[in-house]
Design a protein around this ligand. Sequence first.
Ligand SMILES: Cc1cc2nc3c(=O)[nH]c(=O)nc-3n(C[C@H](O)[C@H](O)[C@H](O)COP(=O)(O)O)c2cc1C
Length: 403
Amino acid sequence: MPMLRFLTAGESHGKGLTGIVEGMPSGVEILVEEINNELKRRQQGYGRGARMKIESDRVEILSGIRWGKTLGSPITLFIKNRDWDNWEKAMNPEKEYEGMHPPLTKPRPGHADLAGLLKYQHLDIRNVLERSSARETAMRVAIGAMAKQFLKCFNIKIGSFVIGIGPKEKEIETAYLDETELLKLSILADNSIVRTPWKEKEDEFIEVIEKAIKNGDTVGGSFIVFATAVPPGLGSHVHWDRKLDAKIASGIMSIQAIKAVEIGDGVSLGKSLGSKVMDEIFYSKKRSFYRKTNHLGGIEGGISNGMPVIVKATMKPIPTLRKALNSVDIFTKESSLASYERSDVCAVPAASVIGEAVLAWHIAEAFVEKFGGDSLEEVRKNFSFYIKQIVETKWLKNSELKG
Ligand SMILES: Cc1cc2nc3c(=O)[nH]c(=O)nc-3n(C[C@H](O)[C@H](O)[C@H](O)COP(=O)(O)O)c2cc1C
């Protein structure tokens, strides 16, 4: 089975982040500027910390792409840490600069600090936080940006918008939004510093973040991420680890600080009647099978059904607080306030851009699995043959029924 896969490596304040992507068909046009643009989108949003001002992420392509097109060989991406000069001694891979960087010993509740320290038996929390940090998502966004460019060849688009910050949330019924409306909301969100399409909500969200900044506190929130023009048939019902919803949920949940993932109407489905939320099936010659609603977020039985794929994710508040929380010093075992590193107060808008990259990846992964070939041309042929079959529904002809 054709397979798309990737690995990332790199510490938050290390020399840089590396990503290796394997399985991308040859002949896909990759514009570096589009990757850089996605990296820029990830760095924006009201409530980010000082680091966003230092960073201006740019990707370097080290392999797998020649003259703007994929070769079919492994693609290596690199994002340099622009602050490396200031971290070279603290993060030097070869030798320790003794006494210059005392260990961090006061784990932050809500971060990977204590659990990671116990698991890997480190004596310095930095050895955990450098990799648990959401800095790693810069590479996932770069890889997702390539997935987006691949999906664009098949008119599949990915977007997102923020619907809640702290206790403020926009009530929105995505089940009744068509593809044009979803894409419009995402474009409007691109022009908002809190990535929300609704002006009145923007003011409310900013107010929540400002209050948290003032109080040395942090906030979370939620966002919608979606994919349009997804053909029916991605993923599979036949095995648990081939279900598209399961893969997407796992990918979105793996984004740092995401604590809930919902597909379509999600949690509220549990409070609804079946008669109200199953997306009834219609047929017309022009449209083939279609639905008028999308309560189930475009996936049934782990398979895309031709409706937009809609995912909601909820992010917890950022665990590093300026007004530090109670913790315990790992050496003295005495109560102490948790350590503070420069930090975001709210990163929901950035998480929503990361969500796009993750969704793009999983749709691309399922697409390559279904229509895979070594070259884009081969994938195109497989795709158009399948779509033709679906539109013509020849194998479903009534006249051929026996008995
Ligand atoms: C875009 C983004 C930025 C983040 N920025 C910070 C930050 O500045 N400080 C912090 O403590 N946590 C930040 N987080 C959250 C932590 O990385 C996350 O809570 C931590 O790694 C523990 O993982 P978990 O929350 O998934 O359990 C950020 C998360 C995302 C997605």
